[in-house]
Each structure stands twice: as C-alpha cells, then as structure tokens.
Design a protein around this ligand. Structure first.
Ligand code: CMC
Length: 443
C-alpha cells in the first residue's frame, strides 16, 4: 500500500521538543479522516508515544471497514451496514470483506461450492470434543480447535496468499461446524452433519437443533435474522480481537493460530463476551423483581465497579448503528415466534431511562451491538454460553480479511509496541543467602 499518495502536501504536524521543531507528514484517508505519520519519531527525536489502550493510535492503513463513531456510520468496503443487512446474505458479505467486491452470481456459487466442500471436520478432530471437561466454555473449545486446524490442514500454511480463498472457505465453513458440534456435545446429543442443500445460516441452525427424534424445521424468518446478526458483527475495524489477529499474524503465524488468538480476545466480557453478560444482568434484574433503576444507579456510582453491560463503546459516541438494526430484528423474531420475553421489556426500559439520564448523555453512552443480540439468540434457542461463539462466527470474515490485508501490505512489520520503563534504574545483585524480604518486590 503506497501511503505517500495520502500525504497532504501543504500541511505538516509540528512537534517541539527542547526548542527544536520536528515536522511530521499528515495523511488524509478516503473519508477525510487525518492521521499524523510518526513512524520516524523515535529515530529523529529519541522519543516514543505513550497511549494506553491505543485510544489515539492507528496501527495500519486499511481499506476494509470505515467507522465514524461521532456520526454512527459503519461501512464495509464502502457499502453501508444498513444496505448490506437489508439486502445480503452473510456469505455475500463475507465474500465482500475478504475479496473487496460483492460477488456475482457465479462467484457466490463457486464460494458456496468451496464452503460445502470443506464443511466436514476431520473425524479425528471430533474426539477432541470428548476430552474437554463437562461445562467447558464453548469459546475455549472453539479457540483450541481452530488452533488445531493448522495441524490437520497444514498444506495451506506455506504461501497462504496462493490459497487464501480455500483457507477462507475452509475456516468459515468449519468454524460453523465446530460451533454447532460443541453445542451438541455439551447437550450430550448426537452430532448433526452439515448439508449441501442448506444455506450457511440454515445449515448452522439445523446442525444445532436437528435431532433423530425431532427433525428441525428451518424457519426463513430465523434464518434471515441470523444472516443479519452475522452481517452486523462481520467486521469492526481495529477492535481488540481484530488487532490481536493482526498482531499475532504479524509474527508470520498461520491464519488458524492467528484467528484462534482473536477468538480468545473476543471472549472477554468487555468485548464479545458482553452479549452473554447482558443477558445475565437482565436475568438478575428480572429475578429481583425488575428493579432496573437500582442497576442504573449502581452503574452511575463511581465507588461501585458495576457497569451497565451493553452500553458504551470505545469508538461510538452516539447510537451504535448496529444496535438500531438489531433492535428491529429482535422485535420481528419475537413477533414471529409469538414469544414474549420480559427481559426485552426490561432492556427497553433501561434504554429509555439511560437515554435521558445526564450520566449517560454526558459520557455518550448508548446501547451497543450486544444490548439486544442476546435476546434474539435466546428466542432462537441458542444458550447463553454460545452467544459469544455466535459473535465469533460473525466476526470471522473480518478477521480473515484483516489478516489477508496485513500479509499483502508492503508496510508490514512485526507488531512490537514500545513502553515507558518505570522500574528500578539499577540494583546491586545479592546472592540468595544475603537477600532480605523487600517491600519493593510487592510494589
Ligand atoms: N456503564 C456505566 N458507566 C460506563 C459504562 C457503562 N457500560 N461504559 C463507560 N462508562 C463510563 C466510565 O465509568 C467512564 O466514566 P468516568 O469518565 O466518570 O470515569 C466513562 O464512561 C468512559 O468510560 P471508559 O471505560 O473510559 O470507556 P472505554 O472506551 O475505555 O470503554 C467499553 C468502552 C465498551 C469497554 C465500556 O463502555 C464498557 O465497559 N461497556 C460495558 C461492556 C460492553 O458493553 N462491552 C461491549 C462493547 S460493544 C461490542 C464489542 O465491540 O466488543
């Protein structure tokens, strides 16, 4: 990627250190957003930057996803998330993210053929599921098994760019199978294998819910809802798990291992794990008689570590555009299934109160993608501990696309942040028999 062409010719950033002024190029992206290119900073000044949580740090140039957190805009490859969610199947969006263009009928057909071809798991891998202790979190199973794919399918590891289409199809297809199998194993039910005659989402639902004694009837409304949910989760630029995939991949680790690391990062309750935490929070409120105001007060109390899960976002400082679409899907699914969920009522009441509360307004805290998604998953029959697995299934094409973009980028470097060292400047070494317990050790 030639970054020179994004450089502003008439504007530079100036940094003054000890009276000396250093100039740095300013780059402008295709939507007008600006970054200061400080790649020569340390060489020229001897200084590095300090930016906890990378709040102000761009780690790469990317052509995949555009996000404007102030305006609540999210685009994949230039297409608005609303257009994609309204008009596409998840597999088309996966193709778009990975290849850069929406597929033609023929391209989509070929991609689906590849996915069907790779949908089965190596039978030896199925024994893996038996060795996990009961109640193992499905995210841990998913991460381990995805990592193990590299040893079962090593042929694509060298020169991955030559075979990236196959690797992508294999991952998308197999992760769906692994996810459904881990659920079936946890239920002690026989595994249901993927079918070539079903779409991506219908296949997943069938593998999850079909059983020899009660055949599953695929409901197009549920398939459509799942397609939308997965599309909305498919990429979100340089978030925690995607940055993990890029960072791990930057050491030239294979795609499977990089994605396995991304799955682990996504597991955290501040990231993808929030959808499960939201449901736990709503259930707690419901069981305690629905007194949600108590929890809003707890969230506002600086001395209480409690946070209103499903609210707030590092980047969005207005409504998360995904949460609006999800809220609509949630209503559609519950109406179709003719099911009333009191947790949805509580969620809507919380949203209503929080959106008019100064604490949340001043801090720009709005419902995020995870606030309503759990209610949909629950209505479909997906258990709590699979919610984050669903997020991973959706995020997979984004991780693949970002990993691929990194490999293709001439500016690629191994990821290696710097630090401000604040430990002891120098200590005298003491032999073990001369050492005393020192307070410093614990500081
Ligand atoms: N409830 C109550 N207060 C909050 C919340 C919340 N959910 N989120 C942020 N705040 C407050 C926070 O206490 C701080 O207040 P103050 O300025 O008085 O110290 C202020 O808002 C800024 O918070 P922050 O922690 O500096 O913001 P951040 O950008 O570092 O954190 C976040 C972003 C998503 C981790 C955070 O909003 C949060 O913990 N939310 C709840 C967990 C959640 O829903 N996560 C899912 C995120 S969306 C899915 C994904 O992308 O993975």
């Amino acid at each position: 990627m030639d970054l020179k062409k994004y450089e502003l010719q008439n504007e530079k950033a100036e940094l003054k250190i000890n009276g000396q002024v250093y100039e740095f190029p300013i780059l402008e992206g295709s939507k007008g957003e600006r970054v200061i290119d400080i790649s020569s900073l340390r060489k020229r000044t001897g200084c590095v930057t300090l930016d906890y949580g990378y709040m102000n740090t761009g780690s790469c140039a990317s052509a995949i996803t555009y996000l404007d957190g102030e305006k609540g805009i999210l685009n994949y490859r230039g297409y608005s998330i609303t257009d994609l969610a309204d008009n596409c199947q998840f597999v088309e969006v996966a193709y778009l993210l990975i290849n850069g263009c929406l597929p033609t009928m023929g391209e989509l057909g070929n991609f689906k053929v590849l996915m069907n071809k790779y949908s089965l798991m190596h039978e030896d891998m199925i024994h893996f599921f038996d060795r996990f202790p009961p109640d193992s979190p499905p995210m841990s199973i998913l991460s381990s098994i995805v990592n193990a794919l590299s040893v079962f399918y090593p042929e694509m590891i060298n020169n991955p760019m030559e075979k990236i289409d196959k690797m992508a199809a294999r991952l998308l297809s197999k992760v769906r199978t692994i996810a459904a199998f881990s659920y079936k194993k946890s239920m002690g039910q026989p595994l249901v294998y993927p079918r070539h005659d079903y779409s991506y989402c219908a296949n997943f639902l069938n593998m999850m819910f079909d059983s020899p004694v009660a055949p599953y009837e695929v409901d197009p409304v549920i398939v459509n809802a799942l397609d939308k949910l997965l599309i909305l989760h498919a990429d979100h630029e340089q978030n925690c798990s995607t940055s993990t995939v890029r960072l791990v991949g930057s050491a030239h680790v294979n795609l499977y291992a990089s994605i396995s690391a991304g799955i682990s990062a996504l597991w955290g309750p501040l990231h993808g794990g929030a959808n499960q935490a939201v449901m736990q929070m709503l259930e707690r409120i419901y069981l305690e008689g629905g007194n949600f105001k108590k929890y809003i007060e707890k969230a506002k109390d600086r001395n209480d570590p409690f946070r209103l899960v499903g609210f707030g976002h590092r980047v969005y400082k207005t409504h998360d555009p995904r949460s609006r679409i999800i809220k609509k899907v949630c209503d559609e699914v519950l109406t179709t299934l003719n099911c009333h969920d009191p947790l949805l009522d509580i969620a809507k009441e919380i949203e209503e109160v929080a959106l008019h509360d100064d604490y949340f307004l001043e801090r720009n805290l709005y419902p995020n993608v995870d606030f309503y998604s759990g209610i949909i998953y629950k209505a479909i029959g997906i258990p709590d501990d699979m919610f984050t697995v669903m997020f991973a299934l959706g995020r997979l094409p984004g991780w693949i696309a970002q990993w691929k973009e990194m490999w293709d980028d001439d500016n690629w470097r191994i990821g290696r942040p710097r630090q401000l060292y604040v430990g002891p400047a120098k200590r005298r070494f003491m032999p073990i028999d001369k050492r005393t317990v020192c307070d410093e050790r614990f500081s």
